[in-house]
Design a protein around this ligand. Structure first.
Ligand code: ADP
Ligand code: MG
Length: 274
């Protein structure tokens, strides 16, 4: 399977956008599920104190004994936080509201921006739960460019940016790109932009089409061909604690996430060939 730049290590992708409600968590859950369905072994790492990825994957608060908070605080290694989900080959490192305070707790530590990278590196070959090492880690970032997101960017090979098809889609994008550039030059030289995924596309809304055109003009081939449609099944699935692919495999949302997964794997192959 895939592990392009670092043999034996997973590809680490951060789902980042400091705007809330753009589809980061939905994409982490459903892209993760789609990648697992194609045979990849995937870890979704919930780095948002809200814990929506954990809830959406059916891991309730009571079952989050060890969370990404404990990992960042230095109280646990990552392997101990990982739990299985209802999806074969898809595992979760859950989050809890404790994460809200971790930024202050580690503010004076010299390695405060590298704690997640160190935890993922230490996972290494010990990422063997049911046999195989992880091939992908998807980090669901909080809606902020805070120390949690910096930790995610410092730990990642590449950033995947969900953008909602709405009027202000591009607003804030340059700030995110600047942050990525700063992390690349100071903390993590291998960081790149994997791609931009347009979410919640509504074909009945002329504006949606215009936004797609504008974002493609601004970001060029970085924008994935796959556009995720607005689909009520996608928004219903989390309340059942399921990825939409388990909730309704045939719906347009599930099919779009499967297509996105194959596009991402394709992009990984051409990166590896380059
Ligand atoms: P973020 O993590 O960026 O804050 P979410 O993934 O939580 O964003 O999405 C915000 C809201 O939009 C959620 O209620 C989610 O269910 C809904 N949503 C996301 N993607 C879709 C979609 N393709 N179709 C319909 N609703 C969606
Ligand atoms: Mg979220």
């Amino acid at each position: 399977s895939i592990g392009t730049s670092r043999p034996g290590k997973p590809r680490v992708l951060a789902l980042a956008n400091q705007k809330g409600g753009v589809g980061k968590t939905t994409t982490a859950i459903n892209l993760g599920t789609a990648l697992a369905a194609t045979g990849e072994k995937v870890l979704v790492l919930d780095l948002d104190p809200q814990g929506n990825a954990s809830t959406g994957l059916g891991v309730d608060r009571k079952s989050r004994r060890i969370s990404t908070y404990h990992v960042l605080a230095g109280d646990s290694d990552l392997a101990a936080a990982i739990v299985p989900t209802a999806v074969p080959r898809l595992h979760l490192a859950p989050s809890t509201l404790d994460l809200l305070g971790v930024e202050l707790e580690i503010a004076n530590e010299r390695n405060r921006a590298h704690r997640l990278r160190l935890a993922i590196d230490a996972l290494g070959v010990r990422s063997v739960l049911d046999g195989d090492p992880f091939t992908y880690v998807l980090i669901d970032c909080p809606p902020s460019l805070n120390l949690l997101t910096i930790n995610a960017l410092a730990a990642s090979d590449a950033v995947l940016v969900p953008l909602q098809c709405e009027f202000f889609a591009l607003e804030g994008l340059s700030q995110l790109l600047t942050t990525v550039e700063q992390v690349r030059s100071s903390l993590n030289p291998r960081l790149s932009i994997h791609g931009v995924v347009l979410t919640m596309f509504d074909p009945r809304n002329n504006l949606s089409g215009q936004v797609v055109a504008d974002v493609r003009e601004f970001m060029g081939t970085k924008v994935y061909e796959t556009v995720i449609p607005r689909n009520v099944r996608v928004s219903e699935a989390p309340s059942h604690g399921k990825p939409v692919l388990l909730y309704d495999l045939k719906c347009a949302g599930s099919q779009a996430y499967l297509k996105l997964a194959s596009e991402i794997i394709q992009r990984e192959r051409s990166l590896r060939a380059a």
